[in-house]
Design a protein around this ligand. Structure first.
Ligand SMILES: [Ca+2]
Ligand SMILES: [Ca+2]
Length: 427
């Protein structure tokens, strides 16, 4: 349980540095005596967080831009992305309001990251890292500015006491969706990681005001599903994605992560889909790359993604392959007639360590040949079965691994006109 505190206090502030910009001090160790103002006695998660998003009541703050509504976090390769939604994010804010001392944190939207989920390590509130959008008073003249010009993104790593070192973070502000999206490379994120979000305003008259998320969240380490195989146009099959919001009443966010065959993240793509909306797009256009091999699916569970492959021959018919949500250590599929068709498999290691897979052909319940495949983290393997095995009428193939993986099995006619999914069965 996380205990919620909304704290309205006015504290004297002491800074070692006056109004530096963060780009000037990146990597340096600084003292931030006001970091714990909002959360001096926040009790961090003692049980695991229930998901990668949190919600907070609307209307519990005087200013809408401080009123935390929702937050979510994703791990995109090594980059932690935290999206903070408030009730209303105005286009402009007044910065450096009269009566505030230089160096005061005037506005802040922050994620506190307890990377090991242990409140006894890190800062006084258990955090090893902070990522924030912040404005500190840097001038005695009040100025109205677009919000993205007035605030800076910053990451802080806890050193000791009130000392933190600064590391880079980026910020995207969307006043249409009232969201701030912070991105930063935060090391050692694990399933134990606990993240809370808070907002803070130093008001010249009313003192500190702020909202704290009433629960913690933890980045989902694995995608909820995968498009295991994106065919390459150069291989003769044109791929196309269909991305559908199956929720007929609410807009939802779809996040796609594009990987190359070796398992390196090439690009990610985020899209808000209106209620019931279905999009169609070429993977290479969304990723801005020809190298897309497979796709991790994150974001709303309401989104369903399919891929089509269309052979670049006359009178070909398209095949639709639905996203794969199943991982198993053992899969089976049955051999086709290799005079008329070919059997191929795409195998995806969805874990963060290597997997050793044995592909074994069985005939009359007897293993007749085994071929090994080793895949690194998020690496994909492809095989046309006839390149490694002999046709054996009535045979079947089993794939077994030392940890779970995903399989898509495809069968096509030798003239390439028709291709379809030949069900691979998780056992
Ligand atoms: Ca709120
Ligand atoms: Ca900790």
């Amino acid at each position: 349980m996380v205990i919620k505190h909304k704290i309205f206090v006015l504290l004297p502030l002491v800074f070692m540095f006056q109004n530096p910009t963060f780009s000037q001090v990146e990597g340096k160790v600084m003292r931030f005596d006001d970091l714990a103002i909002l959360t001096p006695s926040l009790v961090y998660a003692t049980s695991s967080c229930s998901g990668n998003s949190i919600e907070d009541p609307r209307g519990d703050m005087a200013s809408d831009f401080m009123d935390l509504i929702k937050a979510s976090c994703y791990l995109e390769g090594p980059v932690l992305k935290v999206t903070i939604e408030v009730a209303e994010l105005p286009n402009e804010l007044v910065f450096n309001r009269q009566g505030l001392a230089e160096g005061t944190t005037e506005y802040r939207w922050q994620a506190e990251i307890d990377v090991d989920g242990d409140p006894s390590t890190g800062s006084s509130t258990g955090s090893e890292y902070l990522v924030m959008a912040i404005h500190r008073v840097d001038d005695q003249t009040a100025t109205t500015l677009p919000i993205n010009e007035g605030v800076e993104a910053m990451g802080l790593k806890h050193i000791s006491g009130n000392s933190w070192s600064i590391f880079p973070a980026s910020l995207d502000i969307n006043t249409a969706t009232n969201t701030m999206t912070l991105r930063s490379e935060v090391p050692n994120i694990s399933e134990d990681t606990s993240i809370v979000v808070n907002t803070l305003e130093q008001h010249p008259v009313n003192g500190y005001l702020g909202d704290v998320s009433n629960a913690c969240m933890s980045p989902s380490l694995s995608a909820r599903g995968y498009i295991v195989h994106v065919s390459s146009s150069s291989g003769g099959f044109e791929p196309n994605l269909i991305i559908a919001n199956t929720n007929m009443t609410e807009p939802v966010t779809s996040v796609l992560e594009f990987f190359n065959k070796a398992g390196s993240l090439i690009a990610d793509y985020e899209q808000v889909l209106e209620a019931g909306e279905t999009l169609s797009a070429k993977p290479e256009d969304l990723a801005n790359s020809q190298d897309v091999s497979h796709i991790g699916l994150r974001g709303s569970e309401d989104v369903r993604v399919s891929i089509t492959y269309l052979a670049q021959v006359e009178n070909a018919s398209v095949v639709h392959v639905h996203e794969s949500r199943v991982q198993s250590q053992r899969w089976r599929f049955y051999q086709g007639d290799w005079d008329a068709t070919w059997d191929g498999i795409a195998v995806l290691n969805t874990s963060d360590s290597s997997v050793e897979i044995e592909i074994t052909q069985y005939a009359s319940f007897t293993a007749i040949r085994t071929v090994d495949m080793v895949l690194g983290p998020l690496e994909k393997g492809l095989m046309v079965l006839s390149s490694s095995f002999n046709s054996n009428e009535g045979s079947y193939f089993e794939l077994t691994g030392d940890q779970p993986f995903s399989v898509v099995s495809l069968r096509g006619t030798q003239d390439q006109r028709y291709l379809w999914e030949n069900l691979a069965i998780p056992l």
